[in-house]
Ligand binder design. Structure first.
Ligand code: SF4
Length: 551
């Protein structure tokens, strides 16, 4: 199979008349500053400049196009300066918004960690990152307060245990999602791990895919709960069994949230396990060559898919890139339940147990991550997983150790049996560190679930409350039962204050739909607990037996 970098293809009849900067149509001259930056120097080249130059010059010596551009290719974002209110986000220049520290994203493909790897991340957090760490909803761990001078040593430590920050951010293939219990549960459709690992090994850090039109999010998973959210990834391989009883993958393309949310579409092909990395490379090549590069806000593959549709995508995939036809395949079975987070005590196929537990909306610290690593060694076999819902899982716990581990985790406020509110609440990075944020999120979300636990102590219906600091939807407000999108809103005194636009009724799975925005459903931060209580009490009063919140 080839993955050509085409440059002079004729324009197709059904492509938009005005070129959108697609390389495949001959647009090789950059049409915006980001494309210029990528053409001037490949993003991956920044690594050597960090090692040779910037680690010695310090923050002030970093070339601006590296600082706010290519650093992302190595997982580094400049961090929001402390104390700048959300109302200032849109009016200040980038250099006024940032301080001289970085957020560093460690990619954890498939969410799979050994206790040794976790201990290294923990040590970096405590030694170089002021003991702050976040488990993200894409199975990464993010650290903050990182100085450029410390980055070479941080990379050395990560790479010594097989971890990396390469292409954790930027217009690249980001971390690839997999079920945290892949290979562990009896009832999974297929273990995606070897095919994901093969794809990572072949293509992450390769110049072949280091200049994509935008970010490229992948999921390769055979989880029966669909815990990685294939509906909202750019490209997903979803475990299925075909008519012949053969396990493989159903290909989905074009999901994404942000300000123009779209659900992925089924391409309708059956991908055999050994074909996954080739089909992934072909899909990624289509995005690279045909993706829109004129405007950043139309560059995700969802816009190309909206214009092409799945039939044309399949035709281009097969005819131009794979040079072979793929067989038709079945759709995935409906997920078993709406809770996709693998929290609780789950039986492994080898008779041991996996213990999934809630942090505080993904926020943790290095000291506690080290403690989790110790507990994984003491009560399990040293294997830890991150989930796509900001949770952690310790594997391989024998029956006799389960309650001791539950108690040891609870001692640190890590909950294997959390309340519905704590379990269902996620929050993005928000104003504390994110330069795009309008609203503080992490602490607010923690205060919110604690308040709801007090006000509605008997509420036990699974639900999701996703708190986002701006419209970019990193914590997926469109797919939550109650989604909060950060914005400035007017309070009763007429002042503009931090608050949220509310989106209600979003969900993935059967009849997936985005939450609806109701006119007038804007709340100040101070009003969010009252608002949630009203909505939830209304649900409790009106629900029929067995009716979920989403229904
Ligand atoms: Fe930052 Fe907005 Fe993403 Fe939150 S949703 S992390 S505020 S960009």
């Amino acid at each position: 199979m080839t993955t050509p970098r085409t440059s002079t293809r004729p324009q197709r009849r059904d492509t938009p008349q005005r070129g959108q900067g697609q390389w495949a149509l001959g647009y090789r001259e950059p049409l915006n500053p980001n494309e210029r930056m990528k053409k001037d120097a490949d993003g991956l080249t920044v690594r050597q400049r960090v090692l040779d130059i910037y680690a010695h010059t310090g923050f002030g010596g970093i070339d601006p196009s590296d600082l706010r551009g290519r650093m992302r290719w190595m997982g580094l974002y400049t961090q929001r300066a402390q104390g700048i209110p959300g109302g200032k986000t849109a009016v200040l220049e980038p250099e006024e918004l940032e301080d001289s520290y970085f957020m560093l994203r460690v990619r954890i493909d498939g969410g799979q960690l050994t206790s040794e790897q976790l201990r290294v991340i923990a040590g970096i957090s405590t030694e170089f990152g002021r003991d702050v760490a976040d488990v993200t909803d894409r199975q990464n761990v993010q650290l903050h307060w990182i100085r450029i001078e410390d980055v070479p040593e941080i990379w050395r430590r990560l790479e010594a245990v097989g971890l990396s920050t390469t292409e954790a951010c930027g217009d690249t293939p980001r971390v690839m999602l997999n079920c945290p219990l892949a290979g562990i549960l009896d009832d999974e459709v297929i273990d995606g791990t070897p095919y994901l690992q093969e794809t990572v090994d072949k293509y992450i850090g390769s110049p072949e895919f280091s200049n994509l039109p935008r970010k490229w999010k992948t999921s390769i998973s055979g989880c029966t709960d669909h815990c990685t959210g294939h509906e909202i990834n750019d490209v997903s391989f979803v475990g299925v069994v075909n008519e012949a009883g053969e396990a493989g993958f159903d290909l989905w393309v074009g999901g994404g949230l942000s300000t123009n949310p779209m659900l992925a579409q089924r391409i309708g092909v059956f991908v055999r396990p050994e074909q996954v990395s080739d089909v992934w490379a072909a899909c990624t090549s289509i995005f690279r060559d045909y993706g829109y590069r004129r405007q950043r806000n139309r560059a995700r593959i969802k816009f190309l898919m909206a214009d092409w549709g799945p039939e044309k995508f399949r035709q281009v995939l097969q005819d131009e890139y794979l040079k072979t036809a793929l067989p038709d395949g079945p759709p995935p079975a409906a997920p078993r339940n709406d809770q996709r987070d693998h929290v609780g005590v789950l039986r492994q196929k080898d008779g041991n147990n996996a213990l999934g537990f809630a942090l505080r909306t993904g926020r943790i610290n290095g000291s506690l991550l080290a403690r989790v690593a110790d507990l994984a060694d003491r009560y399990g076999a040293g294997r830890v997983r991150t989930t796509a819902q900001q949770k952690l899982v310790i594997l391989d716990v024998p029956d006799d150790n389960v309650e001791d581990l539950v108690a040891a985790l609870t001692e640190h406020d890590l909950q294997v049996r959390p309340s519905a509110f704590r379990r269902g609440t996620m929050a993005c990075t928000g104003l504390e560190f994110c330069k795009l944020a309008i609203v503080e999120t992490k602490q607010h979300a923690q205060d919110l679930y604690a308040e709801l636990e007090k006000r509605l102590p008997d509420f036990d219906t699974p639900l999701s409350i996703n708190v986002n600091g701006c419209p970019n939807a990193c914590a997926r407000f469109q797919t939550a039962d109650i989604g909060f999108k950060g914005s400035m809103v007017r309070d009763d005194a007429g002042e503009m204050v931090e608050g949220f636009q509310v989106h209600l009724g979003g969900h993935l799975g059967v009849e997936a739909a985005f939450g609806r925005k109701f006119r007038g459903h804007k709340v100040t931060k101070a009003e969010t607990a009252d608002y949630c209580e009203r909505v939830l009490r209304g649900y409790v009063e009106r629900r029929e037996a067995g009716e979920s919140f989403a229904a």
